[in-house]
Design a protein around this ligand. Structure first.
Ligand code: CTP
Length: 398
C-alpha cells in the first residue's frame, strides 16, 4: 500500500468509531488516506478526529467552495487508487445500488475508476432484509467488493451477521486488493477462466459446467501478489476481482484471439478455462427447427490455446490445468509434456468434485519431475498456494 491513495468513506453507523482506528492501520501500511464523511457519519464521529489521524482536511460536502477549489470532486475521484467505505450503512448501500449522486461520497463512487470496496455494518435484521440483500447482490454484480460483515455481538445488544470487521482485518484485506508489493510486482500476467460457448445456431450452444471460480480465485491471488492481471473469461456469474482487468469472451476462437492480443509482455499465462475441445462444424444462421426424430451435430476440434502459445516465440511461463476422472498424475504429466507446458495443476473431477464447488484439491506438477499436493481447501486458499509455487518456479524478471 506504500504511497497508494485510499479514499476512506465513512457513513452513518455506530461502527464509525472503528474507522478512526482504520485510518491509523492504513497509514501503518504506508497509504495516504483522505477521509470523506457523509452527513450521518458526522453524527457519530467528529471531523477533527479524522483530520488529526489522516493529516488531511476531511471532505464532507459537494458544496464546499474552498474544498472544491483545492481539489474538485472529480479530481478527488481520480486521485483514489482505492475507495474504501467503512462502515457502509444499509442506507448507503441502497444509495450506491441505485446510483445516487446527491452527496459527495456517492458522487465519488460513481466518478471513480478505482476499485470500490465496502465493509457493511448494521443490525443483523437490516442486513438480512431482502431489500439490503438485493442491493448487495446488485453491487457485487457490478464489481463492488464486500469485506464482511462479521457475525457476533452487535451494538444494539443482539447477535448475528452485521458487525463491521475489525480495522486491522479491513486494512489487511484492502492491502491485498490493491495488489501490494509481491513476487509479481511490475509483471503482467494472463489468466483464462470459465467455460466457452460454441454456437450451434443463434439460440443454442455447446458448453460445459465450469463456474470460473478457480480461475477468478487465481486472478485475485496473482493481483494480491502484485501482478497486473488480465482475466480473459468465458460467460460466468462472478464479480471481477478488484484491481483485475477482465475481457469477456464467448467462444474458444474469441478466447484465443484475445489471449494473442494481450500476450506481448506477459510473464505468465495461467489457463484455468474449460475451453471446449470441439465446436459445431457449421453454425446455422437461423434457429434450427425440429423436423426429424434424430439430429446429428457434427463437431470439429477447436484450436488449443495453450499449445499455440507454448509453440510461439518469447513464450511466457505457462501453467495449464487438467481435469481428470482417473489416473490423474499420469494423464497430467503426459499433458505437461505433450503441450510443452512449464507447470500443470490437476484435479480429479466427477460427481460433486471440482465443478462449481467452493473448494478443491490440486496436484501440481512441473518440469524436471517436481510435484506438490495441495490438500482440499477453499479455492481462494488453493489459488494463493498455487501462485506461490508459480512464483518459486517462474524465471525472475530480467
Ligand atoms: N486448453 C486450451 N485450449 C483448448 C483446450 C484446452 O488452452 N482448446 C487448456 C485449458 O485451459 C487447460 C488445458 O488446456 O489448461 C486442458 O487440457 P486439455 O487437453 O484440453 O484437457 P482435456 O480436455 O481434459 O483433455 P483430454 O481430452 O486429454 O482429457
Amino acid at each position: 500500500m506504500r504511497g497508494k491513495h485510499v479514499l476512506l468513506g465513512v457513513t452513518g453507523g455506530i461502527a464509525a468509531y472503528k474507522s478512526a482506528e482504520l485510518v491509523r492501520r492504513l497509514g501503518d501500511r504506508g497509504a495516504e488516506v483522505q477521509v470523506v464523511l457523509t452527513a450521518a457519519a458526522r453524527e457519530f464521529v467528529g471531523a477533527t478526529t479524522f483530520q488529526a489521524l489522516s493529516g488531511r482536511p476531511v471532505r464532507d460536502s459537494l458544496w464546499d467552495p474552498a474544498a472544491e477549489a483545492a481539489m474538485g470532486h472529480i479530481e478527488l475521484a481520480r486521485w483514489a487508487d482505492l475507495v474504501l467505505i467503512a462502515p457502509a450503512s444499509a442506507d448507503f448501500l441502497a444509495r450506491l445500488a441505485v446510483g445516487r449522486a446527491d452527496d459527495l461520497l456517492c458522487t465519488l463512487c460513481l466518478a471513480t475508476a478505482a476499485p470500490v470496496v465496502a465493509a457493511p455494518a448494521m443490525n443483523h435484521q437490516m442486513w438480512a432484509n431482502a431489500a439490503t440483500q438485493a442491493n448487495v447482490a446488485t453491487l457485487v454484480q457490478r464489481g463492488v467488493r464486500l469485506l464482511g460483515p462479521a457475525v457476533g455481538d452487535q451494538a444494539c445488544g443482539e447477535q448475528g451477521p452485521g458487525r463491521m470487521l475489525e480495522a486491522a482485518e479491513i486494512a489487511e484485506l484492502a492491502d491485498s486488493l490493491l495488489g501490494g508489493v509481491g513476487p509479481f510486482s511490475g509483471r503482467r500476467v494472463l489468466v483464462t477462466a470459465g467455460p466457452t460457448r460454441e454456437p450451434i445456431d443463434p439460440v443454442r450452444f455447446v458448453s460445459n459446467r465450469s463456474s470460473g471460480k478457480m480461475g477468478y480465485a487465481v486472478a485475485q491471488a496473482l493481483r494480491a501478489a502484485g501482478a497486473e492481471v488480465v482475466l480473459i473469461s468465458g460467460p460466468v456469474a462472478l464479480p471481477v476481482p478488484a484491481g483485475v482487468r477482465c475481457v469477456g469472451v464467448e467462444s474458444a476462437a474469441q478466447m484465443l484471439a484475445v489471449v494473442q492480443r494481450e500476450l506481448p509482455g506477459c510473464a505468465v499465462l495461467v489457463a484455468t478455462a474449460a475451453v471446449a475441445d470441439y465446436r459445431p462444424v457449421s453454425v446455422a444462421d437461423r434457429k434450427i427447427k425440429k423436423k426429424t426424430e434424430q439430429l446429428t451435430l457434427e463437431l470439429t476440434r477447436t484450436t488449443d490455446i495453450l499449445a499455440t502459445v507454448a509453440a510461439g516465440a518469447n513464450r511466457p511461463f505457462i501453467v495449464g490445468f487438467a481435469a481428470e476422472t482417473d489416473a490423474v498424475e499420469q494423464h497430467a504429466r503426459d499433458k505437461l509434456e505433450r503441450k510443452n507446458l512449464d507447470m500443470i495443476a490437476a484435479n480429479e473431477v466427477g460427481t460433486g468434485k471440482a465443478f462449481d464447488c467452493e473448494d478443491n484439491a490440486l496436484l501440481v506438477l512441473w518440469r524436471g519431475g517436481g510435484r506438490a499436493e495441495l490438500a482440499r481447501a477453499p479455492k481462494a486458499e488453493l489459488a494463493a498456494a498455487l501462485v506461490a509455487l508459480i512464483a518459486a518456479h517462474c524465471p525472475a524478471k530480467s
